[in-house]
Design a protein around this ligand. Sequence first.
Ligand code: B1M
Length: 209
Amino acid sequence: MSGLENLQTNLINGKADAVKQFMTEAIDSGLSPRDILNNGLLKGMEEVGRRFKNNEFYVPEVLIAARAMKAGMEILKPLLADTGVNPVGRVAIGTVTGDLHDIGKNLVSMMLEGGGFEVIDLGVDVKPEKYIDAINQGIQIIGMSALLTTTMMNMKSIIHAIEAANLRDKVKIMVGGAPVTENFAREIKADGYAADAASAVDLAKSLLN
Ligand code: B1M
């Protein structure tokens, strides 16, 4: 089994310590952080999703795998992030009200930091007021993530709350997450949609231009 396959297997089995060990080995062997992310961690998480969908995995197994994913991402974070440069912009990102999924949001956050942005992580289950506070503190872009078809509807309510607070013209709004689409983003009057973490960085940069 290759190093990346070992990484995937241990992620799927929720073995955080082994994930950390294989991450370190993969880095030492000269693999790029992007390669480790895409072909190790994300592939493993995809398989966790497949098993969850087919009722081969239940919430506890998914949570343990998510914890292993987090441990791996902590090692990748400094490698993906740039150092010592002035931020290209300020983004506040959160998973919307009612939604506790944070793996994708954390990944987007990490990639934005790597792309030179200052990122304020608002966490999960983020209520409209928290986004509004962030805008009042001078944030240029709001990022909203949702993984559930039910909670993606809360993106619309959050945008309404921002409009009601007369702050809509002070901020750009970008959205993403597995059930979210370009069409949906347009429908709720977000400024942009990104399908993955790498495109989120390009989108954020284009929103500031
Ligand atoms: Co949940 N879950 N989950 N879950 N979970 C899904 C999303 C689901 C598709 C699984 C399934 O049934 N196949 C399903 C949703 C169905 C639907 O609504 N259509 C589901 C469900 C139903 C639930 C519960 C309701 C289950 C229950 O309790 N019965 C429950 C809801 C809890 C809640 O939020 N209120 C629940 C709970 C959980 C766990 C807590 C166990 C765990 C979350 C742990 C955590 O996040 N800390 C979990 C997980 C891990 C998943 C799956 C398996 C994996 C999600 C993930 O992390 N993917 C997921 C199945 C799947 O997706 N295959 C599933 C990896 C991640 C990197 O991808 O988040 O899509 P993603 O992010 C991508 C892009 O979407 C994009 O970039 C990221 C990187 O490329 N992106 C953005 C994301 N946010 C962005 C923002 C941007 C731009 C791009 O701009 C701001």
